[in-house]
Ligand binder design. Sequence first.
Ligand SMILES: Cc1cc2nc3c(=O)[nH]c(=O)nc-3n(C[C@H](O)[C@H](O)[C@H](O)COP(=O)(O)OP(=O)(O)OC[C@H]3O[C@@H](n4cnc5c(N)ncnc54)[C@H](O)[C@@H]3O)c2cc1C
Ligand code: FES
Length: 283
Amino acid sequence: MSYNILETRNLVPDVHLMKVEAPDIAKAAKAGQFVILRIDESGERIPLTIADFDVDEGSITVIYQVMGKTTRQLTTLKTGEILQDFVGPLGTPSDIRKIGTVLMVGGGVGVAPVFPQARAYREAGNHVISIIGARNEAMLILEDEMAEVSDELYVATDDGSKGHHGFVTDIVKDILDSDQQVDRIVIIGPPIMMKVGAGVTASYGVETLVSLNPIMIDGTGMCGGCRVSVGGETKFACVDGPEFNAAGVDFDLLMSRLSLYRPQEKQALENYNTKCGGDCRCH
Ligand SMILES: Cc1cc2nc3c(=O)[nH]c(=O)nc-3n(C[C@H](O)[C@H](O)[C@H](O)COP(=O)(O)OP(=O)(O)OC[C@H]3O[C@@H](n4cnc5c(N)ncnc54)[C@H](O)[C@@H]3O)c2cc1C
Ligand code: FES
């Protein structure tokens, strides 16, 4: 089976949107789930969160950051071309229900998985306060889309070029220190940001959820590649998650496992760039 690419778009430097025709996945998708795609028969399988789904159009949208060989190769695909595999929806959907006030926190490309959750929490009748951040204004994604699905939206940039000069976690702390009642916090972004965020919220006693991004291979709980430690227990992020209660997540283990294959990933990108000049499909 192959999957038609309906749209590709560069959002900000090194972050791209791809909309794929996948009606069965669109029908079943829920916020918090992901897909695993393969560009062609010899391609590696990479997991990407479902950033949006449209049942009427039968489409799934993913938003990805160029990290290495496969995400680089993805940018060469154009509208009308095909993906070999697009498997999903995978993972346990987020536990979305009426809770009260939910703080949605997204950093960098982490704003993409936050978007469908913020929308779903709002549709479930919650007061949604969103905080999105990036290194600078030019790297900020989905600001208008997040504004539409949030009751309040705050922006933070590391260099102060837009919104608060500093980290999203500074705003989280300000809100938790204010009179505002907060019933749940969802933080999605680079592991270090989730680790810092979890540290900030721990002393306030507000339930905090994070979405983990360990290396995944089969996405079905069979290979053990995505194992993470939560509350001292081993969990498989692909089937038990990817969302977990932040209290108890061993972020240091997550980060060290993510760097396990760095030399091979570097080599794969170098081979791709050298052999293909970075813009072909051979391997
Ligand atoms: C559930 C889940 C959802 C994700 N959603 C998104 C998303 O919406 N947008 C986005 O930009 N990224 C997302 N990622 C990360 C994305 O899968 C990696 O960036 C991608 O696999 C990198 O592949 P590469 O060949 O370009 O880079 P490589 O050079 O192979 O790797 C670069 C880095 O990407 C990570 N990575 C590589 N292979 C995998 C893999 N099979 N599984 C997980 N991480 C890997 C590692 O940290 C690695 O160091 C998600 C990961 C998971 C587990
Ligand atoms: S990716 Fe294989 S067990 Fe989760």
